[in-house]
Design a protein around this ligand. Structure first.
Ligand SMILES: [Zn+2]
Length: 330
């Protein structure tokens, strides 16, 4: 029997607030005298019905955390959860629009508070965190550009990437190309959400227009063999989030999810949880479900981990340290 929590893992696709347990966020709202009860179900868990209501609830709850101290606390909560599930490295999406309306000065304070908390957690829990500054495409190109400015102004060894999520039905990729150019000039790694709800042709468009090296969750790529071939030839890394695809109703069951088809087609594949606190998942349950459904074994998990290490946006020194930890763990 495999101990899935004990396997050392790298996670490249996790949204900060989505990694924070509902009980903690309810407590934080209570401390501030905010009534957010409508956003939780009877069991006290995050309450959503479909993908769009998930986005809406998620955004509403970001109003609870505003100050640098709040973000340090969220960081700690998320890192404790991840570390308990064997994650030794996490790249976490954080949206400056949520904490500080994309104000660069305020964002610097928030990111510094997160960096300090992450450094403490690294010493105490053995998990390394890096941040991908993120934005929401349904906020429109101006807001996306403002987020890219925050990312460019804080790019370095902690802020390592830029990404965009949100409602794929809104806006064209070319509307966001300028923001991605800014992030690229700041030497940030680039990723984008695509192929989650949008059709496969949008995945190709995302790669060609925004020139990203990674994209996720991208499950719908499997619908079009030409897109799969394109992604393989371009060496694009997929940040697959299998449980998230089921939890948001895109697939009825994990066995319907094309993650195994994508893996067998030779794509560079990584596995992440996306928003585990919303989906009742963790990296350990993700691995366990993939083992149970598709028979994935330790050898396949080791391949996935190596792909994630190669594709991580952190610097070479950090990668070497992680590689050493993986070596001693195996
Ligand atoms: Zn995501």
């Amino acid at each position: 029997m495999i101990d899935f929590a004990a396997i050392s893992k790298l996670e490249l696709h996790l949204h900060l607030e989505g990694g924070v347990p509902a009980a903690f966020l309810r407590r934080m709202a209570q401390e501030k005298g905010m009534d957010v009860s409508r956003l939780f179900n009877e069991e006290g868990e995050y309450f959503y019905k479909d993908f769009l209501s998930f986005l809406s609830i998620y955004e509403s709850l970001t109003e609870v955390s505003q100050t640098p101290e709040d973000y340090a606390r969220l960081t700690r909560q998320m890192l404790e959860q991840s570390a308990a599930n064997g994650v030794i490295y996490t790249e976490t999406f954080v949206c400056p629009v949520h904490c500080c309306a994309n104000d660069v000065g305020a964002w610097k304070e928030v990111s510094e508070a997160m960096r300090e908390e992450a450094a403490a957690a690294e010493r105490e829990l053995g998990i390394t965190m890096r941040v991908i500054v993120s934005c929401l495409r349904h906020h429109g190109p101006d807001m996306v550009r403002a987020a890219a400015r925050c990312a460019a102004e804080t790019a370095g060894d902690f802020i390592v990437g830029f990404g965009m999520s949100g409602d794929e039905a809104r806006g064209k990729f070319r509307d966001f190309a300028y923001a991605y150019d800014m992030a690229r000039e700041a030497e940030l790694g680039l990723t984008v959400h695509s192929g989650e709800w949008g059709p496969p042709r949008m995945i190709r468009d995302a790669v060609e227009t925004l020139r990203v090296s990674r994209l996720g969750p991208a499950a719908r790529a499997a619908e079009d063999p030409a897109v799969v071939t394109f992604l393989r030839e371009q060496g694009i890394v997929i940040e697959a989030c299998p449980t998230a695809g089921v939890a948001t109703g895109l697939f009825s069951d994990l066995s319907e999810h094309p993650v195994e088809i994508l893996r067998q087609s030779g794509l560079k594949l990584t596995i992440s949880t996306d928003d585990p606190a919303y989906f009742g998942s963790s990296m350990a349950t993700e691995y366990e479900a993939l083992h149970r459904t598709f028979g994935w074994d330790e050898q396949i998990f080791a391949q996935i981990t190596q792909t994630a290490l190669d594709a991580a946006f952190c610097d070479g020194v950090t990668k070497e340290k992680l590689a050493k930890r993986l070596e001693t763990a195996s």
